[in-house]
Design a binder for this molecule. Sequence first.
Ligand code: CMP
Length: 510
Amino acid sequence: MGEQYSLSALLHSEVAWLTLLALALAVLLLRFRAAERSVYLNTLWLFLIGVFGQAGALALEALGFPGVASAMHTIFRIVTAISLIRLVGFGLFRLLLPLMGRVLPRIVEDVVILVLYAIYGLAQLRGAGVDLSSIVTTSAILTAVIAFAMQDTLGNLLGGLSIQIDNTVQVGDWVRVDDVIGQVRDIRWRSTLIETRNWETLVIPNSMIMKGRVAILGKREGQPLQWRRALRFMVDPGVPPARVMAIVNEEMRDVPIANVARSPAPTTVLHNFIHGNLEYELRYFLSDLLEDEMTDSMVRVHLFASLQRAGIRIAEEQRTVHAVSRDEAHADAVRKREITRRLEMLSGVDLFSVLSEDEMSELAEQLHYAPFARGDAITKQGNVPHWLYIVAFGEVEVRYEPPHGAPQVISTLRAGQFFGEMALLTGEARSATVIALTDVECYRLDVKSFQTLMHRRPEIAEGMSRVIASRRPELEKVREIFAAQPGPSAIEQADLLTRIRRFFGLRAKA
Ligand code: CMP
């Protein structure tokens, strides 16, 4: 026994090289897994305490306390072994396996380390001459008793284990458990933490996840993460369904909206017949599950604007006769308010200041309300012109689109400014593309009414030609930069006016 506790025996025993192994592992872990350094440092400290404790036992032995020394040696040897097993486990699961491209769930690491502890414990008992078979039997009975008493806890533990091992639910997944939707933040031994969009954290026992129905949202083998959303809206049956669906689908496919997946493309279906109306469902795929309501709202804004532009109203429930008559009075009031708004807007446009009150009212009646959602192309370069646009709300951007290369921003226009006059006055195609920078409300005047106005009030045509002359140089400048051959040089205002007069068949004032 005395030989066993001598210092040279300790130095020559396995303790020396095990200490080297522990130090090497700790250095590697601290170097490559710095984020968890406190765990490694604590374990290393524990190991060193074990080693120094064993040395202390030797000292006690030398001082003549063999009994205490023996007990102390055993305790510190166990401390050393436990911390070393932990370090080896860390090295295996956090360095070696990741290096080989395998990252296993933390629970597997915990279980393997526990099993190693058990094996070590049994080996120690066997070394001490204990009959292992009786231990195994006793512990089996004990385990059965404990398992029976702790059914729920064990269910949770095993649940946690299997969730992590078979990788069905992973941290970061969006899930629906019962009626709650949230993102998995952590899978622990007993429970899974789910954070909802309302900033709640749900603690769900793992056994419930294993037994209950959990939907993993937006996940499909081999596909990007995206979750189908369905927005319903109703339209009067007087509008042909094909038209409604075409308008909405075109808007949804042409305009990029944040977090709306391009593929599969959004689609609209006629979903139901409700109270004499047609109910449609617009379906799209949401790519960031956190932004569900924001994106729904953006999609609804686009949907609503595209329908309004086409003169289609979102339907209300059909009412009784009494309600309908009240509706008419309401509609009349709405119309008067609308005309007042148009007149206010027109009075803000300098060019129309020459018009009499009656002419203004007539013009106000002729305008068509045209809302656009952010990102919409209001008019496209090269198109045949149909409208003159006046901005009533929001901001638009005028872009020249060169044959090759990215679109060039020429100007931004705000409420009270107009666009689309160039093509209408010169008979050419649209000179530029105009995009809604914000949600925009425009009023537009059709070609015929515009031409009538120009004939009746040539001074407005003159005013417009001055605006064109001031806008044109910028357009020409970009065109020339991008054209292989320089485009036509800036047209003098006098020239422009002559061309406009010729196009409209107007006579010059004497
Ligand atoms: P039109 O050519 O009919 O269609 C595109 C419109 O963009 C054009 O009429 C003008 O109203 C507008 N536009 C073109 N160039 C400019 C510019 N430099 N500044 C402001 N608006 C412009």
